[in-house]
Write a protein that binds this ligand. Structure first.
Ligand code: GFB
Length: 315
């Protein structure tokens, strides 16, 4: 990817897309193309085709998706499958038809089988059954990455994919029901601290293991792989460090200064027991994350407080 390239970032208002736009600006990319949801409906193949024909980007980064935590995914697998499948097919196929030279498709490590070997290597793809709570999302992301792989093989297009582990950072969704665990915990502990509530209710047993990558590290990983002449079709991006949900809760409780007790609601799902990605491939190519979880959590709590004060938070 060249500094002079015209780069389309799909999903630029989301947590991931906005981090990628910040990283592009920092690296001197001045020709970035974006469209809001209102301006371009990525579920509409004709609109997407017309957009590509009019804008003619050189590079596309597909960070648009319907995302959510375990609550949102498990309640609406159909919607997560349909919308993410349409977004993937329209943005990737549309790019190929319009002659977009290079494309990076973003997925998630939930594409791997529920009982994949840990840490999960890229080769674990399609070797076993998926985690049921996010099967729809995972199937759509698998289709998207496969479409990129096929287009590269069939037509020689440099379309490739990156699978980040669980992400967090500025611009996250703090919705109590639909959000991911890390932002939801920040909101729950902050709310309890401010209003002196004695108990914070969390979901599941607290025993599942998760890995968390700051979205600014993910953005650096995206630009890194886009700079490779011969990138892998599929590469993981993570930290290689995992914590239990219970440890995460303790870290966030301490970092917010909340004194409430934790009540674990075991009627709520645990989801996949463990999801640590094998990052040897991306590290061997020369990328590594920079933001330690403790520092990232502190930064994110500060940003949450600032966003809340400004009234710009997504709740
Ligand atoms: O981030 P999360 O919602 O999704 O984390 P996944 C879920 C884990 O955190 C489960 C526990 O073990 C929950 O039981 N947890 C504890 C909570 N308290 C809470 C809470 O207040 N809210 C939430 N949300 N969880 C998602 C997939 O899986 O990961 C997506 O559904 C995507 O498709 C994403 O892949 C990265 O890590 O289980």
């Amino acid at each position: 990817m060249l500094r002079t390239d015209r780069v389309y970032v799909a999903g630029h208002r989301g947590m991931v897309g906005s981090a990628i736009c910040r990283a592009l600006a920092r690296d001197g990319f001045e020709n970035v193309v974006t469209r809001t949801h209102r301006e371009l409906d990525l579920l509409d193949p004709v609109a997407v085709r017309e957009f590509y024909a009019a804008e003619k980007p050189d590079v596309a980064i597909i960070a648009a998706a319907r995302v959510g935590g375990i609550g949102a995914n498990s309640a609406e697998n159909a919607k997560f499958l349909y919308e993410n499948e349409m977004i993937a097919m329209n943005t990737v196929w549309g790019a190929a038809e319009a002659g977009v030279r290079r494309l990076l498709f973003l997925g998630s490590t939930c594409i791997y089988p529920r009982m994949a070997p840990q840490p999960i290597p890229e080769s674990a793809l399609l070797t076993g059954e998926l985690e049921k709570t996010n099967e729809g999302y995972a199937l759509a992301k698998i289709s998207g990455l496969k479409l990129c792989e096929f287009l590269r093989r069939d037509r020689g297009l440099l379309y490739h994919s990156l699978m980040p582990t669980n992400l967090y950072g500025p611009g996250d969704n703090y919705d109590i029901v639909h959000g991911h665990v890390l932002p939801t915990m920040i909101r729950k502990f902050e709310t309890a601290r401010v209003s002196n509530e004695p108990i914070v209710h969390l979901w599941g047993s607290g025993s599942p293991l998760r890995e968390f990558l700051h979205v600014d590290d993910l953005a650096s990983a995206c630009l890194f792989v886009l700079g490779l002449d011969n990138p892998p079709d599929l590469v993981n991006a993570g930290t290689g460090r995992e914590v239990t949900i219970r440890q995460l809760a303790e870290m966030i409780r301490a970092a917010t200064g909340c004194r409430a007790e934790i009540d674990w609601d075991r009627a709520k799902p645990d989801g996949t027991p463990r999801k640590l990605c094998d990052t040897r491939l991306i590290r061997s190519l020369g990328w590594e994350p920079k933001i330690r979880l403790e520092d990232g959590i502190r930064r994110t709590i500060d940003e949450y407080r600032a966003e809340l004060a400004r009234g710009t938070i997504r709740l």
